[in-house]
Design a protein. Structure first.
Length: 327
């Protein structure tokens, strides 16, 4: 009888153990799902909230083991498309319509949180020892810290998986729990395969070049200017291939904004860049310690300052709306 009771106890413990599927198991199995794949493809939608403005992108992500990545971001308002590409030669931001490529010496995508890259989402999930977990409406929800080095406003994210461990969304929040970024995953294929040319720069630019204006009809001013700083000068110049506008801001936090017409090239042009690729307003630009540059609606923008840090320059850049607000 005693042996029988011991046997029943062992069986009961086993059943209890087998029926318990918790936070650690979910992370472990989700990790295996990502680490075991030789390639994946993601289709989804990214929303970025900037003050009262909201930018929507169609997003496609391709990954090939070990380190090939391709992210296609298409702005849903103006259909402007850019590609972030990582291959064995480096990291590139491509503007296919202009036949231009910008090359970075960067550790992207691993050096910051990325709401659309599975490996960085997993990295945040595994490294945060203070993450929270809840099971709700047939979903698993993790809340973790984030690392956006140029934007301290972004402090945490909610990662939602369904019961089959399919990633459904990543929502990035500020300290007031306001949504600043939301990536919604429509499809994820963990068995995607790609040919040898898929991640090459030359395979991801266009043979059809968009015509762009050679004149700047309006001056576009920033909606945000640091304290005790004001517009002190503006100048419009003719260049060899178009026009350039220079806005000078003086005071305690001086900076300069340059706007100029973009010239498509008949042959692929690769331009070396300093800093890191980052989404700025409605496009992807380059952020360094003392400058930010990006192309939007046929205009190339630069914000330059030896006083402002990169985070405050980003606040200026993100306040420049490509809709003209003054002349």
């Amino acid at each position: 009888m005693k042996k029988y009771l011991i046997f029943l106890t062992i069986i009961s413990l086993c059943l209890v153990g087998c029926g318990s599927y918790g936070e650690k198991d979910i992370v472990k199995d989700f990790s295996k799902k990502i680490n075991d794949t030789n390639g994946y493809y993601i289709n989804g939608e990214l929303e970025i909230v900037n003050n009262e403005d909201s930018y929507l992108y169609d997003v496609e992500v391709a990954y090939q083991k070990e380190n090939n990545f391709k992210v296609v971001l298409k702005n849903k308002t103006n259909n402007h498309e850019q590609v972030i590409l990582k291959n064995s030669d480096g990291v590139y931001v491509l503007t296919p319509s202009l036949n231009k490529s910008f090359k970075f010496q960067s550790e992207w995508p691993y050096n910051n949180s990325q709401s659309y890259i599975l490996q960085t989402i997993l990295k945040d999930l595994e490294s945060d020892t203070e993450k929270t977990f809840e099971e709700k409406d047939d979903s698993y929800i993790f809340t973790t810290k984030v690392n956006y080095s140029n934007n301290s406003e972004l402090v945490k994210q909610q990662i939602t998986l369904d019961k089959d461990l399919n990633l459904k969304s990543v929502v990035v929040l500020n300290s007031n729990d306001e949504i600043k970024m939301k990536m919604t995953f429509n499809t994820i294929d963990y068995k995607a395969t790609y040919d040898d040319t898929y991640f090459m720069v030359s395979s991801n630019v266009s043979n059809t070049i968009d015509e762009t204006s050679q004149t700047l009809d309006s001056i576009i001013y920033p909606m945000y200017v640091p304290n005790n700083t004001q517009l002190s000068g503006q100048e419009k110049l003719k260049t060899e291939n178009g026009e350039r506008i220079i806005l000078t801001f003086s005071g305690e936090n001086p900076f300069t904004i340059v706007q100029e017409t973009v010239n498509p090239t008949s042959e692929l042009l690769t331009i070396p860049m300093y800093g890191e690729p980052q989404i700025i307003t409605d496009t992807v630009g380059a952020v360094s310690e003392d400058s930010i540059s990006w192309i939007s609606n046929g205009v190339e923008f630069y914000v330059v300052s030896d006083k402002l840090d990169s985070e405050e320059m980003l606040e200026v850049a993100n306040s420049i709306n490509t809709l003209p607000i003054g002349k």
